[in-house]
Write a protein that binds this ligand. Structure first.
Ligand code: ADP
Ligand code: MG
Length: 259
């Protein structure tokens, strides 16, 4: 399994008007290129169209401009993984049952899907919790399970929308470290939205800064910190501090202007 590239050229999105209002312009003139296997973070002000960008790539929205997802139009590929902001674990299914669900829907027979789901649970650090129900596990473990739910599709492109926002910093770092290991190993192209600048820098090859509405890409910052990285330790290196300052200088104008 390896990653696919992604390109957005001059992309705009309008949401339909309500009650005779003007249509609402969420994105305008968005340019973004992601190379196969790259890990890219999108940071920007709340309500600035970050989720809308992911939804265009996933093929959920009508848009203007040109979008290529591994050479195809959005919505054509089946090797996309999308982890939404809120996890989607069915409360009446065990962790194993939740992770196996996608395979079940595809008609994979029981023993095979359970073996595969167990392997993915192990990969995200949930060995021994196959029979637990979502209400019996911590928030971090539920996140790990929803990550397994997405990875079991063996995506060539992984989209993550503020995946770890609700977790405490140490739980978050631990999941991020595991995620990093998994996508680095598989070469999966990864695009994730976050409002956490430290998280963006620690995980990514590039950090893209988006604007207030209508959303567009303001800046693109190469993160030249060698891999493998320790998510927790990397933030105490001098280069990290420089990059953080450089990106914050750009982000600040967007998130503070509105306040
Ligand atoms: P972000 O993820 O950066 O917070 P979003 O992409 O979710 O921003 O939303 C951008 C803007 O578009 C917001 O002002 C939001 O209210 C609006 N919006 C999002 N989805 C819809 C929709 N389905 N219909 C109308 N407006 C929407
Ligand atoms: Mg959002």
């Amino acid at each position: 399994m390896s990653g696919i590239g992604l390109s957005l050229r001059n992309v705009g999105v309008e949401y339909p008007a309500r009650d005779g209002d003007e249509p609402f312009i969420a994105l305008s003139g968005v340019h973004l290129d992601v190379q196969p296997g790259e890990i890219v973070a999108i940071v920007g002000p709340s309500g600035g169209g970050k989720t809308t960008i992911l939804n265009v790539v996933a093929g959920f929205l009508a848009y203007e401009g040109d979008v290529s997802v591994g050479g195809d139009k959005p919505g054509r590929r089946r090797d996309l993984g999308y982890m939404f902001q809120r996890e989607m674990l069915l409360p009446w299914r065990t962790m194993l049952g939740n992770v196996a669900l996608a395979l079940e829907l595809r008609g994979v027979e029981r023993q095979q899907r359970n073996e595969e789901a167990a392997a993915f649970l192990e990969r995200v650090g949930l060995e021994g919790f196959e029979r637990s129900y979502p209400y019996q596990v911590s928030g971090g473990m539920a996140k790990r399970a929803s990550l397994a739910q997405v990875l079991i599709h063996k995506p060539s492109l992984l989209l993550l929308d503020e995946p770890f926002a609700a977790l405490d910093p140490f739980t978050r770092a631990s999941i991020e470290q595991d995620l990093l290991g998994l996508v680095e190993q598989s070469g999966t192209t990864t695009v994730f939205v976050t409002h956490n600048l430290q998280e963006a820098i620690a995980l990514s090859d590039r950090v893209v800064v988006t604007s207030t509405l209508p959303g567009r890409v303001l800046g693109d910052h190469q993160i030249d910190i060698p891999r493998p990285r320790s998510v927790l330790d990397v933030q105490y290196t001098p280069r990290f501090a420089e990059l953080e300052q450089e990106i914050w200088a750009q982000l600040r104008g967007q998130v503070v202007a509105a306040a």
